[in-house]
Structures are given as structure tokens and as C-alpha cells.
Ligand binder design. Sequence first.
Ligand SMILES: NC(=O)C1=CN([C@@H]2O[C@H](COP(=O)(O)OP(=O)(O)OC[C@H]3O[C@@H](n4cnc5c(N)ncnc54)[C@H](O)[C@@H]3O)[C@@H](O)[C@H]2O)C=CC1
Ligand SMILES: O=C([O-])CC(=O)C(=O)O
Length: 326
Amino acid sequence: MSNTVKVAVTGAGGQIGYSLVFRIASGELFGPDTKVVLSLLEIPQAVKALEGLAMELQDCAFETLAGIEINSDAQAGFDGVNWAILVGAKPRGPGMERKDLISENGPIFTGQGKALQRGAADMRCVVVGNPCNTNALIAAKNAGDVPFNRFSAMTMLDENRARYQLAAKAGVDISQVRNMTIWGNHSATQYPDFFNATIGGKKATDVITDHEWLQGEFITTVQKRGAAIISARGKSSAASAANAALDHVKNFTRPTEDGNWFSAAVPSDGSYGVEEGLIFSFPLRTKEDGSYEIVQGLAHNDFAQEKLAKTQEELKQEREVVKDLL
Ligand SMILES: NC(=O)C1=CN([C@@H]2O[C@H](COP(=O)(O)OP(=O)(O)OC[C@H]3O[C@@H](n4cnc5c(N)ncnc54)[C@H](O)[C@@H]3O)[C@@H](O)[C@H]2O)C=CC1
Ligand SMILES: O=C([O-])CC(=O)C(=O)O
């Protein structure tokens, strides 16, 4: 017997949407025994493009795709959804920081937050559209009685970027790099934590002896990778962002392998001194029962404490800017 999962993707007509929806429909996300109903959302002007996207999805003849719905109304689009992947938002251009998008993109998430109350009892939401931590906060605060911990924002792309950089520097296969945490905001203040990362089961700082590189170039490369892609490609990352969104949902829907963890921005419960209620990226583990926990007990020296304080401060400032939307 097969289950059916309904997945909403907003901004499905955009760049990330085009890389994302086929992989969800193919069975990659929930496995070959789970049928997927895709609920595609767009602004009214882009609904026509979604009709074309739906034709292409049909033409893939995916055996796991049980249906496609197209909507420009979030209330209708989120009806009965199990997962809502909120991508629909404007991307930044060259020279901008992601928080410069806040006034334009923030209001999108008030209406979508309200509409998410129509989701299924187990509804989970991940915000990809930037600035994603603060947009997730807006959605969660507008979602009435939907539990706060159903909302997350994506820092998985940052984690993947950080793992690649460490693997390349150490000259090892990327599978060797584990325990990579992105702390804080999906922004240039994020802290990619090499101190607690491991390479081949050893501390990354024992394997990579160039600590100047770890404390300098490694961190800034990860923090500014999005901007580097915009500068090289003329558009922001899309396929890698879609790939990370899939990794994010997989991480939340499967128990985490022993000894490892993954990064996502979730409501702080006060762990590591982060103000309760901020949507902050932490190391997480998904348990057998499907709930997640924040990994406790990781050490932070003065260098790390300073980075954590900086990214927390930025999130508080972003929250202040959108306080009328919360
Ligand atoms: N968290 C992360 O790691 C990443 C986040 N992003 C962010 O993802 C967002 C989307 O990026 P792209 O797909 O490249 O942009 P895009 O401009 O190609 O597509 C965005 C789509 O969203 C649609 N849209 C806008 N408002 C909407 C609404 N209210 N409801 C439904 N759809 C709506 C637009 O019509 C457009 O088709 C941007 O904000 C970008 O900065 C991008 C990469 C990584
Ligand atoms: O940099 C951007 O604006 C898009 C994004 O979030 C990323 O690539 O991480």
C-alpha cells in the first residue's frame, strides 16, 4: 500500500522551482512507495507558465506523481499540505545583501503564514525565499495555532558549501566531512563551525593544519558564496539551492545517522544562549519518532562566541525591521 504526501512549492515558476519540482515528483524525496501530489503556487501573471511546467511534469511519466494542482491563492494551494516549501520571493542582485530584500519579500509571508493553517495536522514548512530566517519567523508568527517548531529556514546550502570547501582543502572525499554546523543567519554573518566539524572521524582542525585559512578564507568563502555565484552567473544559485531544499526535507523526514547532525534554522529554545524564538540555524538531529532536537554540548571558544553573537545580533535587527508583520 502506498502513502500520499502533498507538497506545496511556492514560486514554482521561478529558477529554483524548475530545478526542484521534477526531483520531488520523481520519487527521490519520499521514496518509490510514496505518491506525491504537487501543489504549485505562483503569482497570477505566472500561472500560465505553471501550466507549461505541469505539462512537462506529466511528460516525465513519473510513477510517483499522483497529481498536480496549480494555484495563485495560498489558501487553496496549502489545503491539506504535508510539506510547504516556500521559495516564491524576489532574489537579490549584484551588490545587495539578502536582508535588503526584507521590505519587498517579508509581506509575502504574512498571507502565506495565515494560509498554512489549512495544512495537514503534520504540516511542516521550510522557507527558502530570502531573507529566509526572518521570512520563516513572519510565516510562523502569522500561522495561528500551528506549532512554532513546524517552521524552519534553509541553511543546508551553506552546510553543503562548507563541506565541499573542507573536503577540497583536506583533499578527501566529501563523504568524509561530517558534523558541519552552520550557526545563525543565512547571510554573510553566518558562522560555519569548523571547530566542531570532523573529517574522516577526526577533528577538522587536526586534519587541516592551516588554521589561518579555516579562520579566514574558509569562513568568508562560505559566507559570500551566494554573492560569488551571482557575480559569476548573473543570477543567484538555483540548482544547488533546489538540491539543498531536498536535502533539508530528507534530513527532517529520516532519522539522522549516528554521530552526525545537520544544519537548519529553527525556533531557538534558548540553546547556546540564543534568544528564545529567533529562527536560528543550529546543529539538529531527527529522532526515530520524526521529531527533531538541537544537539547540545558543543563547545564554543571566544572566536566562536564572537561569531555567534554577531549573527544573533543581525537576526534581532531583521526582526526589528519586520516587527509590524509579526
Ligand atoms: N535559503 C537559501 O539558501 C537560498 C534562497 N534563495 C532565495 O530563493 C528565492 C527564489 O529564488 P529564484 O527561484 O532564483 O527566484 P525567481 O525570481 O527565479 O523565482 C521566484 C518566483 O517566485 C514567484 N513569486 C513571487 N511572489 C510570490 C508569491 N507571493 N507567491 C508565489 N510565488 C511568488 C515569482 O513569480 C517567481 O516566479 C529568492 O528570494 C532567493 O534569494 C536562493 C538560493 C538559496
Ligand atoms: O545569495 C543569494 O542571494 C541566494 C542565496 O541565498 C544563496 O545562494 O545562498
